[in-house]
Design a binder for this molecule. Sequence first.
Ligand code: ADP
Length: 582
Amino acid sequence: MEFKELIQITKRLFREYVKKYFFRLLFALSLSIVVAGSTAAIAWLLDPAVKKIFIDKDTTYAYLIPILVIVAFSTKGLSLYFARIHVIKVGAWIQGIIQKQLANKILLSDIQTLEKKHSGKYVSNILYDASLIQNMVSTAVLNLMKDSFTLIALLSVMFYQNWRLALFAIIMMPLSAALARTLGKRIGKATKESGVLAGDLTSFLSEIIRSSQMIRIFQTEKRENLNALNKTDALIDKSIKIQSILIRATPIMEILTGIMIAGFIFFSGTLIAKGELEINNFFSFLTAMMLAYQPIRSLATINMVLYSGAAGAKRVFTVLDEPISIANDTSLPKLEVKKSDIIFKDVSFKYDVTTEKAVSDINFEIKGGTMAAFVGHSGAGKSTIIKLIPRFYDPQKGKIFIDNQDIHSVNLESLRKNIALVSQDVILFDSSIKDNIAYANQSASDEEIVKACQFAAADDFINKMPDKYNTLIGENGVRLSGGQKQRISIARAVLKNSPIILLDEATSSLDAETEQKIQDAINFLTKGRTTLVIAHRLSTILNSDKIYVVDNGKIIGEGKHDELIKNSEVYKNFYEKQIQKN
Ligand code: ADP
């Protein structure tokens, strides 16, 4: 990253996040000045200490100086503590704000944008980036203030005690700073790589939990174990590398310090011989110089924290700045649903990631209150057509109307409010059955929930569960059967009570009794509402008011069963296969 970019990002961080904590930081800044002052005072005190106590043998000073030393150290310690507390808070708050913004962004983002991301990695990367920003704000900002002030104060003591010796030391100092810098860069690189590896490991672990059944049936435990070993080994290597760079710093620093001190002793010896340096000045100087060591080192490596924080911020900003094309625009009029007629006019849609259109030139009119079935082979484009209605995706060409209102020109919230979706892979939360059903309507009363479940033929099995409606169903409903999940999903749709129903019928076959229950539930749900169903069951197809045959992204036939069986080869084919299945 270029320095210019660092400045730009830092400016934006300041403007959007840090600015509101300005007074806290100002307070930390004043405390840093106190830290710098008391550190310099410690060094300076050595001058009167040596002169009065050791040379002049003054007993008053033998009491006074130790007390002053304690005062100086306590002032330094306490100010540093309070300064740190403040910046740690600011850093954590800012990290929290960023995390909230990211969560909000994920909730509002276009579905297609999210589908392009690997969720595990995406989440662990953005969390890591937020922590880098936190580190930049809390550590770097405080150290930058505290260490530069301290260095200035200590250099002043050194120049005050002997300017020639101070000049000599200043020439030596950049040497150690340069060394610390190269070490800092290498640590920075290794830390970054280990961050990526840690992210990898996190998403890998969550993936093997998610795919536990698949792993066992394909018996890939050994292979996955090997994967785990490789990933952890890589992380171990990186961690060793970081640690060894860190400890390698110690001997190098020690040797360098030795050389500096030797040169320094030699030079000061010459000055003392010439009568240009007193022993008390020497001690004070020496202390100041030694104390200057820490801030120099810290300042030399601070750019690393700044750069990695800015890099994290850059990635976070990229996510936050991503435009949302399908957003709720409250200035648009609300969708007014009366009959809930649905019209598709020349609709074509292509997913970002594919080259072929998923559906093209789709035209149909579905009368309000009727049921339209979409049939066709898998991958034909049926789900895509359905998903265009709640605007999960926007078509590149053509228009969709509900009661003659273009769905693109109405407020998104009012559009989705009128649509219920029952999909075959039911998404459930690790919570109680009641919460899962109430997800469709947060304000529903317990009676309404029970009623919806009765209509969805779910009340019976729920009442047989250990805690009835309060039974916890496990992650994604692992404690429920496929048929039970479907009924919960239907109950949700009943509770939502929308005039338009999008139904993706489950392909998996159930026992006859459950099948009948689900059929009844669906009949209840769809009665008098406009329903678009991706049909797999013969009974659904035969019950529909109209059937659309979808093939290769196009509607190649429409009508009633009897007509289609005569006119459409694809439909006939499809129908014969269904008969075999049923
Ligand atoms: P159907 O519901 O008839 O089985 P789909 O509408 O799911 O068919 O799929 C139509 C085409 O679009 C297929 O070629 C499929 O691979 C592609 N497709 C479906 N969903 C996505 C997606 N989220 N991203 C990219 N391509 C997709």
